[in-house]
Design a protein around this ligand. Structure first.
Ligand code: HEM
Length: 228
């Protein structure tokens, strides 16, 4: 069958990916700054929100975005990696088995980083929470580096530009294997919700739930006043 350009990644998956990547980089760069603490915390909460969305989209999303499409056992990962050193490397239109393990690791590490960050910011758990937060964030950086190396390596091995596919959504495959819809509206809601959160939703959420930069700052202020 003649291969054609087919749509693989719907828009919400691509928007999720690049927002998550941007938040991770932003949170990493602002981690040490006292002055940019609110930015760091807001980006951390944004990552948690994005992953909440991705967990839902992994169940109700399009064919290649669904977790069922990229849940592979260890044997499949080993078989895939071995095949890369042969003349006919396995090719997957969606996520490959090795990549999918990196993806699950990134999602898990991002959640644990966010939750431990919440604990640190709200003085829960003492020193260990801080140590864990730093350690997990560094582990996530290591997996991100492996992830990017894997993307570059498989782009060369399969002679397909995976980064371009994660931007535009298309890969080369059998015509019947593509997905039909990009789901623009879902992506638009995700972008609007993210911008809304950055533009003031974070403060509102803090005022009604006690979760967030302003609320923690207010608590710290009260604690400080009590000491005086
Ligand atoms: C900086 C932090 C990054 C994080 C946390 C991250 C995380 C992820 C996640 C969670 C996925 C799965 C997408 C999904 O199905 O929802 C993914 C896939 C992907 N990422 Fe990243 N990513 C990062 C950076 C990058 C960068 C810089 C590139 C480009 C060089 C990149 C290229 C890709 C590609 C091409 C895929 C699809 C892989 C495939 O075809 O199976 N990522 N990434």
């Amino acid at each position: 069958m003649e291969k054609k350009r087919v749509l693989v990644w719907d828009l919400p998956t691509r928007v999720f990916h690049w927002l998550l990547a941007a938040c991770f980089v932003g949170a990493f760069l602002t981690a040490e700054s006292e002055r940019l603490r609110d930015v760091h915390v807001t980006l951390g909460y944004t990552m948690l929100g994005l992953i909440g969305f991705r967990l839902l989209w992994g169940v109700i999303g399009t064919r290649y975005a669904r977790f069922s499409a990229f849940t592979f056992g260890l044997r499949s990962v080993v078989r895939y990696l071995k095949s890369l050193f042969t003349r006919s490397p396995q090719h997957h239109l969606g996520h490959n088995p090795a990549g999918s393990w990196a993806i699950y690791a990134l999602l898990t590490l991002a959640v644990v980083t966010g939750l431990t960050g919440y604990a640190v910011y709200n003085d829960i758990g003492g020193n260990w929470a801080g140590e864990l937060h730093d350690g997990i964030a560094n582990a996530m950086l290591a997996v991100v580096i492996v992830h990017i190396a894997g993307v570059v390596a498989s782009s060369f091995i399969h002679r397909e530009n995976l980064v371009r596919a994660m931007v535009g959504g298309y890969k080369t495959g059998n015509p019947g294997d593509g997905i039909r819809y990009k789901h623009h509206w879902v992506a638009a809601v995700l972008v609007i919700a993210t911008i809304g959160f950055w533009a003031g939703g974070a403060d509102y959420l803090a005022s009604i739930t006690g979760v967030g930069p302003q609320a923690a700052a207010a608590r710290n202020h009260v604690a400080h006043d009590d000491r005086n």
